[in-house]
Write a protein that binds this ligand. Structure first.
Ligand SMILES: [Zn+2]
Length: 449
């Protein structure tokens, strides 16, 4: 696909990307015939300049931009794809998702996460924030480490036995697991632990308070779900006498280090709370449609300066881990209600890049192409029937492109995906392992294939 002056290794110490439309995102406009110089995994220069480098990569006129950032995903659920369709949230969780998560062992979780990581890399994702399950989170770290991705991996906490006892783990045991994971990850350059209490209805107030304290003691992200559906909000109100986000706020689960998925049914007073506390919101438009949850008030949240990231949620409720689809829907969904000028394409691209970086707490390292940041970038080909002859990167990305248009994904200066090939695994083997582990998982869960 690329013509190269010199054949570059996968992780060159110095690389000059040429012949590209370079879009740094941030406030900058796309730069035609731009270049990006990378040294030791970091961006050294972006724009139009002359420079020599040990290796050169001709982007073939493609778009070079920051890697997409997946703001909300459950890699543990990739193996559940297509198993539980057309159900309301709480039934979907209790009848399928929680029993399947409880049936995971390390091997099935590893297979699920590796399959998910492959799909993310192929779709131009360079970093993610996840919520996994209550056990075996080390297997997700192993898969993510192998894939070359960056990520903040959420160990899920659930202790309320009223919901699904086999998945519940007592608070002290859950925090001991977090300690073990932290020990393993100390000083890891690409992967971090996040603390992910599932949602208000599956966590005792003490768990939520302790989870927040643990995360703050160790400077970790807090990642949970909030106000996804009306029924959930009603139940939280019944139990606590508070609005869902109001309750989370009182218990310590708002702040610049907190990311809340969905917030579809946040009240106006809660919008102000999210803004005042600088809490990030993770917008998952496909899941909100598929589970019939509703339309998240994203323009209203953006108008209040709230940081928004985009997420696919799990493959069990989407079914694609595809941020191009989420960008398209994030833009289109608002237009019938708020008019065609709502959610312009460039704004949506910023949610999938800068917004994601901020939600992960990694905004100094990624999310834009700027000097000193990590070389987390993608090359997207405009040379496709569904894109040509448009030369507008923002409109192309949001309304036309699809994951197959990503030609190259680079993380930390390493080419981890290129033209259908993964650097660290063989796709047919990943698919075979997923099929094998899914069959065993379904038997363990007592569900038919
Ligand atoms: Zn979710």
């Amino acid at each position: 696909m690329f013509s190269q002056a010199k054949h570059a290794p996968r992780t060159p110490a110095e690389l000059l990307i040429t012949n590209a439309t370079v879009w740094p995102v941030a406030t900058a406009e796309p730069i035609p015939n731009g270049r990006v110089l990378i040294r030791d995994g970091r961006i050294v220069r972006v724009g139009k300049f002359q420079s020599l480098a040990a290796y050169e990569l001709d982007a073939g006129g493609g778009l070079v931009m920051p890697g997409l950032i997946q703001g909300h995903v459950h890699l543990a659920q990739t193996l559940f794809r297509g198993l539980a369709e057309d159900l309301p949230l709480l039934t979907w969780l209790r009848r399928y998702i929680w029993p399947l998560e409880a049936a995971h062992d390390s091997d099935s979780l590893y297979a699920s996460a590796l399959l998910g990581c492959a799909e993310l890399l192929r779709g131009g994702v360079t970093a993610f924030l996840s919520m996994e399950t209550t056990r075996h989170t080390g297997a997700v770290f192993a898969a993510a480490e192998q894939s070359g991705l960056m990520g903040s991996i959420g160990h899920c906490l659930m202790d309320e036995t009223g919901n699904y006892p086999p998945l519940a783990v007592p608070l002290d045991d859950a925090l001991a697991d977090c300690d073990l994971l932290l020990d393993k990850l100390r000083g890891h350059d690409r992967l971090r632990l996040a603390i992910a209490p599932r949602f208000a209805l599956s966590c005792a107030p003490d768990l939520l308070r302790e989870a927040a304290a643990f995360a703050r003691e160790h400077k970790l992200r807090l990642h949970t779900h909030a106000s996804e559906q009306e029924q959930e909000v009603r139940l939280v109100k019944k139990l606590t006498g508070r609005g869902n986000i109001e309750f989370l706020h009182e218990i310590g689960l708002t702040g610049p280090d907190v990311a809340l998925a969905h917030c579809v049914h946040a009240t106006r007073a809660e919008w102000e709370l999210l803004a005042a506390t600088q809490t990030s919101v993770l917008h998952c438009p496909t899941t909100n449609l598929k589970l019939g949850s509703g339309l998240a008030p994203i323009p209203e949240l953006l108008a209040r300066g709230i940081n928004i990231a985009l997420g696919s949620d799990g493959a069990a409720c989407n079914n694609r881990l595809d941020l191009f689809q989420e960008m398209r829907l994030a833009a289109l969904l608002q237009k019938p209600v708020r008019g065609p000028e709502a959610m312009p394409a460039a704004t949506v691209v910023r949610l999938a890049t800068e917004g994601g970086a901020r939600a992960l707490g990694w905004e100094a390292e990624m999310g834009t192409l700027e000097e000193g940041k990590r070389a987390n970038l993608i090359i997207v080909s405009p040379d496709r029937l569904h894109v040509a002859p448009s030369t507008q990167p923002a409109a192309n990305l949001v309304f036309a492109h699809e994951p197959g248009d990503v030609e190259l994904t680079m993380v930390n200066g390493e080419i981890v995906y290129r033209d259908g090939q993964f650097q660290h695994f063989d796709l047919p083997q990943v698919l075979a392992l997923a099929r094998e582990e899914r069959a065993k998982l379904l038997r363990r869960a007592g569900l038919a294939a």
